[in-house]
Design a protein around this ligand. Structure first.
Ligand SMILES: [Fe+2]
Length: 522
């Protein structure tokens, strides 16, 4: 049942490519060489960070993921090929690269010299085996007219909480690009009634983070979503540790010890993502913030709100990380020296806004940017704010919104994840509910990660007039379709994340018209 459901959706996504893609894991060895080793492409293939003339191709050799693959040689040659036809007859670039043990035998190839705005197919071969054939697409030339762009926006995919059916539906929507907003893995186990437990302790070391990534990547729906479309991604906290902020962790440990853990987590993250080599980490530092222009239509800003932020304000005694506070009882919240993005990234973003010339500007970041007052259950008690999100750094949020207005950024749309619920909001210039709307905001729900009871989101919506929608009942993803004049946002919700072949439906739809910030129900 599950296989046939996958097959139907893959056929819908790519009638031509589907057969080869499904058969990928069983692809016979290439040439006449007898395979000398076990099949190494168990984690699939992926592509990412397309430009008008290049794309990153990724795989990792892992015959026995989870074991660390001690039998693999220190360096294994991997052949890569990219073609402009699905049958791989017209190879346009190829080469051989060593997959080395120091990078967990991962491969990051930047295929260059491609043509803009077209599909390509790619595959790898090593040790007498050939990978499945992946499919990817270059971006349009920066000056060319793009009439329509579709993004599939995903976040928070706790393996233990459910199946990745959302990805099957997402790829059937034929996105031009998949955008992942973080919590690609969870470093530890939490939640109730686990559907797919991993039986692992909390990841703390390079080997443990690698194992987590590898076990997540074994999922066939996740592999299909990577193999059929190019991705871009930003991380949130769980790629390293819950609620971490810069060099500080929730559980207080010496700074050097946490930075070592962060370096290991970033290393494993890079090894498993189709990221360009310029993003390769150096110790605990890994620059992932970047921007990309998508033809004449949109600029996408990929932001990092974890690596450079100041620690959360007013933590509970004896620990770091987030809490909820009554805003007036935490002076530190108003300290203008505190930053979410860090000063360098703030300046970089302000400059990027200054140079934007596209009608749409999309910010891919991690969590809700709009203020969110959490009402108290007790009567006459003040509402609270969460210190981990933008509410924990109000002057930094004001600087970002001021930068949008000061630079006359056209039609900003903010995308977020983290909260495991759909939120649709107006982002206003000031605290005053009558102040001008600067941007429109959409927070996707989680691919699988569990949420609170709906009564909680109902209370939030009732207490926050600028929040148009707050719903945590469904897992799923956000589908954004851009044209010159409008953006359609569809909130796609699964019937049941505990079922591998769950159906999906549109929980709600909103539209943003160009020149008129603020989402309205579709
Ligand atoms: Fe999450």
């Amino acid at each position: 049942m599950r296989t046939s459901a996958r097959r139907r959706l893959l056929l819908a996504a790519s009638s031509a490519a589907a057969g080869g893609l499904i058969a990928g894991c069983a692809t016979p060895p290439f040439g006449s060489a007898r395979p000398a080793a076990a099949y190494p492409f168990t984690l699939g293939v992926a592509s990412g960070y397309p430009t008008a003339d290049s794309v990153v191709l990724w795989t990792r050799l892992a015959p026995d993921p989870g074991s660390g693959d001690p039998e693999l040689a220190a360096a294994v040659p991997v052949r890569w090929e990219i073609a402009d036809d699905e049958a791989m007859h017209r190879i346009v670039a190829n080469g051989t690269i060593d997959a080395v043990a120091g990078s967990a035998h991962s491969v990051h190839v930047e295929a260059i010299g491609l043509k803009p705005n077209r599909w390509y197919w790619y595959r790898f071969s090593a040790q007498g085996h050939r990978s499945r054939t992946g499919r990817t697409r270059t971006l349009p030339d920066t000056d060319s007219v793009v009439s329509r762009l579709r993004l599939g926006v995903a976040s928070c995919q706790n393996h233990e909480h459910g199946f990745y059916a959302a990805y099957r539906h997402l790829l059937a929507d034929q996105p031009d690009l998949v955008v992942h907003l973080g919590d690609y893995i969870y470093e530890g186990t939490w939640g109730q009634n686990l559907v797919r437990p991993l039986h692992l302790g909390e990841a703390q070391t390079l080997g443990e983070y690698r194992t987590r990534h590898a076990l997540y990547k074994r999922d066939p729906d996740l592999q299909d979503a990577h193999a059929l479309f190019p991705w871009v991604m930003v991380w949130d906290d769980h790629e390293v540790s819950n609620d971490y902020a810069g060099a500080s962790a929730e559980r207080i440990v010496p700074r050097d010890a946490f930075l070592k853990r962060r370096a290991d987590a970033y290393q494993a993250y890079f090894e498993h993502m189709p990221m360009p080599r310029r993003m390769m980490p150096s110790g605990p530092d890994m620059r992932i913030h970047t921007s990309m222009r998508i033809g004449s239509l949109a600029t996408l800003y990929l932001l990092d709100h974890r690596q450079y932020r100041n620690p959360q304000a007013c933590p509970l005694p004896g620990r770091g990380g987030a809490t909820t506070v009554v805003a007036t009882q935490c002076q530190e919240l108003q300290d203008p020296a505190r930053s979410v993005l860090g000063w360098d990234q703030e300046r970089w973003l302000d400059e990027a806004f200054a140079h934007s010339s596209t009608p749409w500007n999309l910010l891919a970041q991690q969590t809700l940017m709009a203020p969110l007052a959490v009402p108290s259950r007790e009567e006459n008690s003040a509402s609270r704010v969460r210190t981990d999100g933008w509410d924990g750094y109000p002057p930094a949020r004001r600087r970002l919104l001021d930068s949008m207005t000061g630079r006359r950024l056209r039609n900003p749309i903010v995308m977020g994840g983290d909260l495991h619920a759909f939120y649709v909001a107006d982002l206003r210039a000031g605290e005053d509910p009558a102040s001008e709307i600067v941007a429109s905001e959409f927070v996707g729900t989680s691919i699988t990660s569990q949420a609170a009871q709906q009564a909680y989101y109902d209370r939030l919506k009732a207490a926050n007039a600028h929040i148009h929608h707050a719903n945590g009942t469904q897992r799923g993803y956000l589908r954004l379709t851009l044209t010159t004049n409008r953006v359609e946002a569809d909130l796609m919700g699964l019937d049941d994340v505990r079922l591998a072949d769950s159906k999906i439906s549109r929980q709600a739809g909103f539209v943003v018209e160009a020149g008129r910030p603020g989402p309205v129900p579709a």
